[in-house]
Design a protein around this ligand. Structure first.
Ligand SMILES: N[C@@H](CCC(=O)N[C@@H](CS)C(=O)NCC(=O)O)C(=O)O
Length: 201
């Protein structure tokens, strides 16, 4: 299988971490939807990465669908099999992805000509980022992981979101407000799956 992705996308990092944790072999096709002449629409009509291209040519997007497909392919599993436990991990994933969505909306708005930027839109998205981080900090409390005593998909998604914010918007400085989140993320960053997928570029 091939992963079409950039080395900066937090959604793609979520998938790269899962692939590394499960030690699944794949070809990395480095692409961005923003490149002139991008090939991403060949794989995803929505022109977004990540896309997982299976050996028979099937293209899977988005990252939520790719995670669903990968989870049973190799140990360990990062999504509980059923019920409320599963829903809570998927909710944690939605929280991480939602923080990323709001952060990305700010990042893209700030790339526009300053005269055309909408400060009220930026504030709206910023309040989602801040409330999302607060909710994550409450959910984690002083625990080592969000759910139980092992890494789950929710930890991966939320950590990728916060580390991307730090990469693109260091002024948010969430570590200074949330020491427990800082300790949690330091432990995750020491895993080879996170250490080898740091955003570059
Ligand atoms: N919900 C999607 C979001 C994917 C996404 O927005 N990817 C960004 C890169 S970080 C992208 O390719 N954006 C291109 C665009 O919006 O045109 C997922 O989880 O895969």
């Amino acid at each position: 299988m091939k992963l079409v992705a950039s080395k900066t996308s937090p959604y793609a990092r979520k998938i790269r971490v899962l692939l590394a944790e499960k030690q699944l072999a794949f070809e990395f096709v480095e692409e961005s939807a923003w490149n002139a002449g991008t090939t991403v629409p060949r794989y995803n009509p929505l022109n977004k990465i990540p896309v997982l291209v299976l050996d028979d040519g099937t293209c899977l997007y988005d990252s939520v669908v790719i995670a669903e497909y990968l989870d049973p392919l190799g140990a360990p599993s990062f999504i509980p099999p059923s019920g409320l436990e599963r829903a809570c991990v998927r909710r944690d994933e939605a929280l991480g992805d939602g923080i990323t969505d709001a952060g990305l909306a700010i990042f893209l708005e700030r790339k526009r000509d300053p005269a055309r930027q909408d400060p009220s839109w930026i504030d709206r998205q910023r309040s989602k980022v801040d409330a999302g981080i607060e909710a994550l900090a409450r959910e984690l409390g002083g625990k080592a992981f969000l759910r139980g005593d092992t890494l789950s998909l929710g930890d991966v998604a939320c950590a990728c979101a916060l580390l991307w914010l730090e990469f693109r918007m260091p002024e948010i400085a969430w570590r200074s407000r949330h020491a427990a989140l800082g300790r949690w993320i330091e432990r995750l960053e020491s895993r080879p799956s996170f250490a080898t997928t740091r955003p570059q570029g």
